[in-house]
Design a protein around this ligand. Structure first.
Ligand code: NAD
Length: 467
């Protein structure tokens, strides 16, 4: 079977917009006019984005239902309201973020003034993934607008309904000179990547992440790579109903197609046995006896991913679920044990509703298991023990360390969201997004009225070296 990173899908939208070169060129012209720089313009665009979400919430929830079978409430919570929260936060803090900050000057250089002054980067390209097709385009856009950039958005072709709504509504609400939507698949994306941008903000898998980084290197363009990986959840001795509900919530949201979802569980001691019972209850509590017909349970994005996931069911023992329906592309919330560590199920990010539980002897053995693999986007620890919580943070390298609550850290706009190592580079959300898409420029000035630098000029003497 094919692993997530090896899956090359046929193009759904093969057309190549002829005008990509012109669109990007006109964006660079706009940068030269400084149209998007003033605070007032940035605020107006954030407001416009908010108005678009308010006026067309239904269009967005319909599109997300079309693309992924996302329930209305889940779509609102995890996509639309998440973007709203980012907009609110940016509106509240925009003036403060844009302020320059004075910096202390060493005595020898007095009198002088020095400050750090955030500057827009220019033209930002945002390439999105299909699993949160709205959020992963609009949250980076909030950061880009707040930082005073102009933006080209390339939504995922694998969420065509959401891509189409964005393509239709963005030009209606936002200033078309400062934001363009280019729709299409890999060839459109490649064509875009041949152009010169001032930053490329990419969300997706490792395979394409490397393509993006290589293309960016050609223009020495900085990149943010928001990638995925196998985020582990370490569950210590015994396991409560709450732990099981939290795991089920994090894993089966969006049918497991969430970059921060717990990929697999490492269960210490009795935890594995307790979890099996409690997870079964949690799943029935969330989705009823027949999850495949629950309106709160979404589908797999397409047949290729569905087939990939179904093939994983052969790589271990199925404890819960395991059923699927090829017509609706739904796979039951599934829990597995005794999984083959060399199968794609354990080698690659699962990105679907299959949760392997791996029994481990101890906390230390679990940490060794995690550290033997590429750095994940998040490492979850389920334990109330502060000593273990701090040891986990000390010993595990991941984009984020989260105790006892999957998926929620990305709803805190004050926290940087991003990976490390194989899970990506750079972070955003709130101020972190603003700074990521700004140049934090150094500005320094002295007067020439009195020459206070004299002490530094040649000819050099020992006295001057002591300054
Ligand atoms: P993907 O890498 O296949 O595609 C992402 C984007 O790249 C799409 O817009 C696509 O059109 C474009 N693309 C595809 N092939 C390309 C090519 N050859 N050249 C240039 N561009 C190309 O990712 P995906 O399948 O959409 O998303 C799944 C992955 O994204 C998972 O690994 C998941 O963990 C990760 N993800 C990460 C985050 C995060 O915030 N860190 C969020 C969601 C998803």
């Amino acid at each position: 079977s094919t692993a997530l990173n090896e899956l090359e899908l046929p193009e759904v939208v093969p057309e190549l917009p002829e005008n990509i070169v012109e669109i990007v060129a006109s964006m660079h012209d706009v940068v030269a006019t400084r149209l998007a720089h003033p605070r007032r313009f940035r605020a107006s665009q954030l407001k416009a984005l908010e108005r678009m979400l308010d006026a067309h919430e239904q269009d967005f929830t319909d599109a997300l239902a079309d693309d992924l079978g996302k329930g209305t409430v889940e779509a609102k919570l995890t996509e639309i309201d998440m973007v709203r929260a980012e907009i609110d936060h940016a509106q509240l803090h925009l003036s403060e973020w844009m302020e320059s900050k004075a910096v202390k000057i060493p005595l020898a250089l007095h009198p002088a003034a020095a400050k750090i002054e955030p500057q827009p980067l220019g033209v930002v390209l945002v390439i999105g993934a299909w699993n949160y097709p709205l959020q992963l385009i609009l949250a980076p856009l909030v950061a880009s607008i707040a930082a005073g950039n102009v933006t080209v958005l390339k939504p995922s072709e694998l969420a065509p309904a959401t891509s189409a709504v964005l393509g239709r509504l963005i030009p209606k609400f936002l200033d078309h000179r400062a934001c363009a939507v280019v729709q299409g698949g890999a060839s459109t994306s490649k064509h875009l990547l041949e152009q010169h941008f001032d930053h490329i903000f990419f969300t997706g898998g490792e395979r394409v992440g490397k393509i993006v980084a290589r293309a960016a290197a050609e223009h020495l363009t900085p990149v943010t790579l928001e990638l995925g990986g196998k985020s582990p959840a370490l569950v210590m001795d015994g396991s409560s109903a709450t732990v099981a509900r939290r795991l089920a919530f994090g894993k089966f949201m969006n049918s497991g197609q969430t970059c921060v979802a717990p990929d697999y569980v490492l269960a210490v001691g009795d935890a594995a046995r307790d979890l099996e019972k409690q997870l079964a209850k949690a799943i029935t509590g969330f989705y009823g006896k027949n999850p495949l017909s629950s309106r709160d349970y979404g589908r797999i994005v397409n047949t290729a991913h569905f087939d990939r996931l179904v093939s994983y069911l052969d790589h271990g023992e199925i404890l819960i679920g395991g059923g699927y329906d090829a017509d609706t592309l739904k796979i039951e919330p599934t829990v597995m044990a005794n999984v083959d560590p060399d199968s794609p199920l354990m080698r690659e990010e699962i990105f679907g509703p299959i949760l392997p539980i791996i029994a481990v002897e101890s906390f230390d053995a679990a940490v060794r298991f995690i550290n033997a693999r590429p750095n994940p986007l998040v490492a979850y620890l389920f334990s109330e023990n502060p000593r273990l919580q701090s040891a986990f943070g000390d010993q595990v390298r991941a984009g984020a360390i989260v105790h006892n609550a999957p998926n929620v850290h990305l709803f805190v706009p004050g926290l940087p969201f991003g990976g490390v190592g194989a899970s990506g580079m750079g972070a955003y959300h709130g101020r972190h997004g603003f700074e990521r898409l700004s140049q934090m420029r150094a500005v320094m000035g002295k007067t020439t009225v009195v020459d206070t630098l004299k002490a530094l000029y040649p000819p050099y003497t020992w006295a001057k070296s002591k300054l």
